[in-house]
Design a protein around this ligand. Structure first.
Ligand SMILES: Cc1cc2nc3c(=O)[nH]c(=O)nc-3n(C[C@H](O)[C@H](O)[C@H](O)COP(=O)(O)O)c2cc1C
Ligand code: SF4
Length: 430
């Protein structure tokens, strides 16, 4: 059954069964080839072989940072005698991003299978799935899938008859964006405030409860079974040398066909916006695109003729981030859009770092006065100065994330700021 927004130019691997309710229960998943990878990995492959295959595939973390998944698994210690943990990051709170929710909604066993393989690879006896609390309709789906996986012996004391023990606990978040940051997530799982921690030590050295831990995003883990069944070269047939495979982009904003689209990682961003998503609404002109969630720099409509690969988007001046594509047409006020984003970051800052706590709050205040026609000539340099002090100086990158839309929007849409400050007007077309 086709997902409402399926497009022939997509390469549907992780999203192949979106819209197919039959893939949700364990029987349906097994009928569709599910758990073949787990059966192959656990009895047939050593842990090192699993890691080597994932490393050879070039899969990079889909949660935002793009760190190679196989390498991350390799960092986990061997024979240290300590409990190891795999933490699945299903917090998905980045504005503009809604792909992990759909993976969990349609194919919860796809995630569980990837997590079981990941847990095996890193010697973890316990998987924690930290799921966003607002996913009220998806949480029961995931709970049901975990019960089924226990019943079928994919989880529990004797996984697939191998004598290995892998337990799984679902932890429901309480609404803080910062709990999505991996060390904030570990703090939250330990029952404390979701405050990020200084690194080093990295989670692989001292993570959950002080033990070696790997944190992986839902989409990253969902890709793993396909790589194990089909091989690293198969995965590398898509994308580029540095960005192999496919990526889900959650496309929203001023688009005719918003939705999740899975494309090869060398797919053209302009084609994604205009061909797959149908471009802006009739009579409207595209103004700006944020390709990777609100934490990455904004691109102008003229800058989107580039591949969606990690290196392609960096070259264009932005980042893949979480793949939350936000399109804005000529009715959008960039000052207003950035003010709303920065207010979000100000609200979500955990407050540990002065640059972030004060910077986000002051930047939001200044942006609001500019938007309301009360801006001063000194506000643009002031915003840039605050942003510079917010980037690269804090415990986690939430602060950098707040600075990115401020700086990029001033660089690219400065006329909009001056229209608000000098003429008390806006360049957006109503
Ligand atoms: C403020 C902040 C919020 C984040 N939110 C998420 C999130 O909701 N989901 C996610 O997978 N990663 C999120 N991340 C990235 C995680 O810290 C981490 O890099 C990721 O879960 C690692 O998984 P991956 O290697 O599979 O991408 C966030 C990072 C920051 C700084
Ligand atoms: S940068 Fe912001 S959110 Fe991150 S630890 Fe510091 S205060 Fe908290």
């Amino acid at each position: 059954m086709a997902y409402p927004f399926a497009h022939p130019r997509e390469v549907r691997i992780v999203s192949k069964h979106f819209g197919d309710a039959g893939a949700r229960p364990v029987d349906g998943w097994v009928e569709r080839g599910g758990y073949r990878a787990a059966r192959k990995a656990l009895p047939e492959m050593t842990r090192d072989q699993v890691i080597a295959t994932v490393e050879a595939s070039g899969l990079r973390g889909r949660g935002g940072a793009g760190f190679p998944t196989g390498l991350k698994w390799k960092f986990m210690p061997k024979d240290d005698g300590k409990p190891h943990y795999l933490v699945v990051n299903a917090d998905e709170s980045e504005p503009g991003t809604f792909k992990d929710r759909e993976i969990l909604r349609w194919t919860p066993h796809q995630l569980l299978e990837g997590a079981i393989i990941g847990a095996y690879a890193i010697r973890a006896e316990h998987i924690y799935i930290y799921i966003r609390g607002e996913f009220v309709d998806v949480i029961p789906v995931l709970r049901r899938a975990v019960v089924e996986a226990y019943e079928r012996g994919f989880l529990g004391e004797d996984v697939l008859g191998t004598g290995l023990r892998i337990e799984c606990t679902i932890h429901v978040g309480a609404g803080a964006y910062i709990a999505g940051e991996e060390t904030g997530m570990l703090s939250s799982l330990e029952g404390r405030r979701a405050e990020p921690r200084m690194k080093p030590p990295f989670p692989a050295q001292a993570g959950l409860f002080g033990m070696p831990t790997t944190v992986n995003n839902v989409e990253s883990l969902a890709a793993v079974p396909h790589i194990l069944v089909n091989g690293a070269d198969w995965y590398r047939q898509w994308g580029t040398e540095q960005s192999p495979g496919t990526k889900l982009f959650s496309c929203c904003g001023h688009l005719r066909r918003p939705g999740n689209y899975e494309v090869a990682m060398d797919f053209n961003l302009k084609d994604l916006v205009f061909d797959l998503c149908g471009g802006p609404r009739p009579g409207r002109r595209l103004r700006a695109v944020i390709p990777g969630g609100s934490s990455v720099p904004v691109l102008t409509a003229d800058e989107i003729d580039c591949p969606v690969s990690y290196e392609g988007l960096v070259q264009a001046g932005s980042m893949v981030g979480s793949g939350g594509l936000i399109a804005m047409d000529d009715s959008a006020c960039l000052v207003r859009a950035v003010r709303r984003m920065v207010e979000f970051y100000a609200h979500e800052s955990c407050g540990q770092c002065t640059q972030c706590r004060e910077g986000t709050a002051w930047a939001a205040r200044i942006l609001r006065r500019i938007e309301e026609g009360e801006g001063r000539d000194s506000d643009i340099p002031l915003l840039l100065d605050i942003s510079e002090n917010m980037a690269g100086k804090t415990i986690c990158v939430l602060s950098d994330s707040a600075a990115a839309p401020i700086v990029s929007s001033i660089q690219k849409f400065e006329d909009e700021y001056w229209a608000h400050i000098r003429r008390r007007s806006c360049t957006a077309v109503s």
